[in-house]
Design a binder for this molecule. Structure first.
Ligand code: HEM
Length: 454
């Protein structure tokens, strides 16, 4: 039996010796966290204008280099010389609960693990998912017309939790394990925000750790049964996937990937849909343009082949993600000394990548602050000016594996919603947006919904 040796870069401490790079780490420990929470774009833009595309930056206890601009993102995401570690970039944050997740694996190990997910995101699986998704969403919004005004963010959050329990895990909403699973998952998300990182009574961290243990036990206890069955939920696919040598993936790997999948899929899509409705709720003509697209499909539920008949919906969600990326900060750590933007960055330096700034650069986007779906369509095709000017789903080896699933879910929701309802933002909407920890409207997006008379 061979024992895996931990590569030395995973044992090294973060390098904070960056005196040769312009900028500042900000206040002790918290760094520039407060500025960023108050104004994400302004803080990054200020940093760019003062110091250029590579600068010293401090955030939530971490000190490293902030990278700005699509050329640098391309270098880091494509990582041709294996210079960058996603695992060590995220170890101090996501690593507290999701050690072993796909995003926290590097290079060969990452490639090997990503294989586990391949069948679960192929066409055949996606066709099965879409068959479940449409009716579930339709049922969830059937009474929205009677409510008049509703808070969109918590409403869509619950719908997507239920859909995830069914499609990813194979649990019906009436199954009491679905509620427990959702609670465990939400507790972990809360735990990630905890300031105390010890399991002390009453802390978010402790609640999160209890949730983490619940998920471990829950998924672990079902692996053998799912492997023997013919389930078409994501979890079942993972249990049956084999390595190139014909072995199943280990229980530990399957559990780690399932737990992270729930996290990676949920808040991101909730945030994207909330921002999309935020813009459509202010522009009735655009809302009608998208409604015309879904009406033209003329079916109660979307089928897989219908997804490509919704090009406007696809660019509308991308435009929402351009202005308000769900993942507001990505992290990597250098493995060895390397040069970025003309600066030598020592080994073990944390790198911060803030996609929103790329998405609003005037060099790549005309009137970047405007919500304008036509910028993505011919003849303008602004997104083609640089292959990394839009990185809402990341790029390179770690590019979001659930991107097509997310787009399918958005299209399904919008297909059900716009066919039945028209809506606008409620008068009491504050028009304030938050970006940290999750980008969303501050007061949960109150909307007024009216049934369209048939
Ligand atoms: C609008 C919705 C979504 C957005 C904006 C989004 C965004 C992202 C981004 C930016 C990354 C790359 C992070 C990095 O490189 O540091 C990522 C990775 C990932 N996403 Fe998504 N995501 C979404 C939905 C989903 C869904 C629905 C799933 C699963 C069904 C999913 C699963 C994952 C996984 C597993 C990874 C890690 C991939 C890897 O390391 O190889 N995401 N996502």
């Amino acid at each position: 039996m061979t024992t895996a040796v931990t590569p030395s870069y995973k044992l090294a401490k973060n390098n904070e010796n960056l005196n040769h790079i312009p900028g500042s780490f900000g206040l002790p420990i918290i760094g520039q966290t407060f500025q960023l929470v108050n104004d994400l774009y302004g803080t990054i833009d200020n940093q760019y204008k003062k110091f250029g595309s590579v600068s010293r930056f401090g955030l939530a206890g971490f000190r490293g280099a902030l990278l700005i601009g699509p050329d640098l993102y391309k270098e880091v995401y494509l990582d041709k010389d294996k210079n960058f570690s996603a695992e060590m970039g995220y170890m101090g944050s996501l690593g507290r609960f999701y050690k072993g997740a796909l995003l926290l694996r590097d290079h060969e190990e990452h490639k090997f693990q990503r294989r586990m997910m391949q069948t679960a995101f192929k066409n055949e699986a996606m066709k099965g998912y879409i068959g479940t998704m449409g009716p579930m969403i339709a049922e969830s919004i059937v009474d929205w017309g009677d409510k008049g005004q509703l808070l969109f963010f918590p409403a869509i959050k619950q719908i997507l939790l239920d859909v995830a329990a069914r499609i990813f895990v194979g649990l019906d909403e009436s199954d009491e394990r679905a509620a427990k699973l959702n609670k465990a998952f939400l507790d972990i998300s809360d735990g990630l925000m905890g300031i105390v990182t010890k399991e002390l009574p009453g802390t978010k961290f402790r609640k999160g750790k209890i949730g983490e243990r619940y998920l471990k036990e829950f998924f672990g206890s079902l692996i053998a049964e799912r492997r023997a069955g013919d389930g078409t939920d994501t979890f079942s696919y993972f249990t049956r996937e084999k390595t190139e040598d014909g072995d199943y993936f280990s229980d530990e790997d399957i559990i780690g990937h399932m737990s992270f999948l729930l996290f990676a899929a949920h808040d991101t899509t909730t945030s994207a849909l909330s921002h999309m409705l935020y813009h459509l709720g202010q522009d009735q003509a655009l809302q009608q343009r998208l409604r015309d697209e879904v009406m033209a499909i003329d079916k109660p539920y979307l089928e897989y082949e219908d997804l490509e008949k919704m090009p406007l919906m696809e660019v509308a969600v991308k435009e929402a993600l351009r202005l308000h990326p769900s993942v507001m900060m990505m992290q990597r750590r250098t493995i060895k000394e390397c040069e970025l933007g003309g600066y030598k960055l020592p080994a073990n330096t944390i790198l911060f990548l803030a996609p929103q700034h790329n998405h609003r650069m005037e060099e790549y986007w005309d009137e970047p602050m405007k919500f304008d779906i036509d910028r993505w369509l011919a003849p303008r095709n602004e997104h083609k000016r640089h292959s990394f000017s839009f990185v809402g789903f990341g790029g390179g080896a770690h590019k979001c594996i659930g991107m097509h699933f997310a787009l399918m879910q958005v299209k399904n929701f919008m297909h059900q919603f716009l066919r039945q309802y028209e809506f606008h933002l409620a008068d009491n909407f504050s028009n304030k947006m938050q970006t940290v920890p999750l980008p969303k409207p501050v007061d949960d997006l109150p909307i007024v919904v009216r049934r369209i008379s048939s």
